[in-house]
Design a protein around this ligand. Structure first.
Ligand SMILES: Cc1ncc(COP(=O)(O)O)c(C=O)c1O
Length: 362
């Protein structure tokens, strides 16, 4: 059976090469006579894979020496709680920039644990269609960090340049655009991402944390919630999500083989240009509610003139083996999640489908 064009928002399409390589090794990994699903996480083979995955992250993302890389479980959502638990004491505070549902969840989790405040919000009638401008951010003196979400998976908005908060480090949820573009680490104290979009399958969360924050972390916390403990144990305090790390390793090698982040970034820009171009060409039929400067290169959201047409679009797309384009239940409309694994050819097929649909129904 041939593969579909999978635009699901996450878990989402993985590079075919990574899947094929895993398929070949599923019964006998590296001549061990075992699958990576079966081998001990304390074995030399697994530890080499684990450390090699961290090295690949360092190389591809150009991560400076003073950052620690953690690979934990619990998803990005656990980080919503671990960040304030580890980095804020009872009398400290931090600002949260609210640009979508997940940043709202992060703020809510932090608010249940510590004293945090909203540094900016772009919510209008329960929806978020833009990223705030520089002047909209209002940081309280003494803030320990400023939390933001680099790409809003549900609404389809993305920070193009990160705000300057001076000496206050940014803490950023990059779940849906990590590894999609080059990154300057300077403003960031901590970056985290659930793997299930650009990195691999669900089950592992990447955390890149500056050493001084690791040192500060973990006061009075159970070991399992402490960055300091996880960093001290090389993310092997307890059993890691071995298979997810293994798949992530394959995806990273694929990125490396393609030429690294500069190449990936260019490809993502081209894909976005093509799809937004098709939307903008027919604004009476394909209606983008997202402010142009805030448009995401990863998740493209738009509406059609009616809910009926949107349902038809989704089902007609499915007939053409284009899957996963239904908008999130909280927003409706259409959402195309085009992560790194999608080549320009997938977007060309989609755009051609959109043009045909328009000529029949427009
Ligand atoms: C930007 C963003 N943050 C957080 C999450 C939640 O991630 P998880 O399901 O890994 O907890 C998601 C999930 O899609 C997301 O897109």
């Amino acid at each position: 059976m041939s593969r579909v064009i999978n635009f699901y928002p996450g878990p989402s399409a993985l590079p075919l090469e990574a899947l094929e390589s895993a398929e070949q090794e599923i019964r006998d990994w590296r001549g061990t006579g075992m699958s990576v699903l079966e081998i001990s996480h304390r074995s030399q083979e697994y530890v080499e894979l684990h450390d090699g995955t961290k090295e690949l992250f360092k190389k591809l993302l150009n991560i400076p020496e003073d950052y620690e890389i953690l690979m934990l479980q619990g998803g990005a959502s656990l980080q919503f709680a671990m960040i304030p638990m580890n980095l804020l004491s009872e009398d400290e505070t931090a600002g949260y920039v609210i640009t979508g549902s997940f940043s709202k969840n992060a703020y809510k989790a932090a608010g249940a644990l510590k004293k945090v405040y909203c540094a900016a919000s772009t919510e209008e009638d329960g929806k978020f269609f833009r990223i705030p401008g520089k002047k909209e951010l209002s940081m309280e003196p003494g803030s320990v960090y400023c939390h933001l979400t680099s790409n809003n998976t549900i609404f389809g908005t993305q920070w193009k340049a990160f705000p300057d908060t001076g000496s206050v480090p940014l803490i950023c949820d990059m779940s849906s655009d990590i590894l999609s573009r080059r990154l300057d680490f300077k403003p960031f104290g901590l970056i985290y991402a659930g793997a299930q979009k650009n990195l691999g399958p669900a089950g592992v969360t990447l955390i890149i944390i500056r050493n001084d924050l690791v040192e500060k972390s973990g006061r009075d916390l159970p070991d399992i919630l402490s960055y300091k403990v996880h960093a001290g144990k090389n993310s092997l305090y307890n059993t890691p999500s071995c298979f997810a790390v293994y798949m992530m390793n394959k995806v990273l090698k694929w990125v490396e083989k393609k030429g690294g982040l500069a190449v990936i970034e260019k490809q993502n820009e081209k894909k976005a240009e093509l799809l937004y171009g098709a939307i903008d060409e027919n604004p009476d039929f394909f209606k983008s509610r997202v402010e142009k400067e805030s448009r995401s290169t990863m998740n493209v959201t738009f509406n059609l003139p009616s809910g009926e047409l949107e349902s038809e679009f989704v089902s007609e797309a499915q007939k053409e083996r284009i899957i996963g384009v239904k908008g999130h239940r909280s927003v409706g409309g259409i959402r195309v999640s085009m992560y790194n694994a999608h080549g320009l050819d997938d977007i060309e097929v989609l755009v051609s489908f959109m043009k045909n649909f328009l000529s029949k129904k427009g």
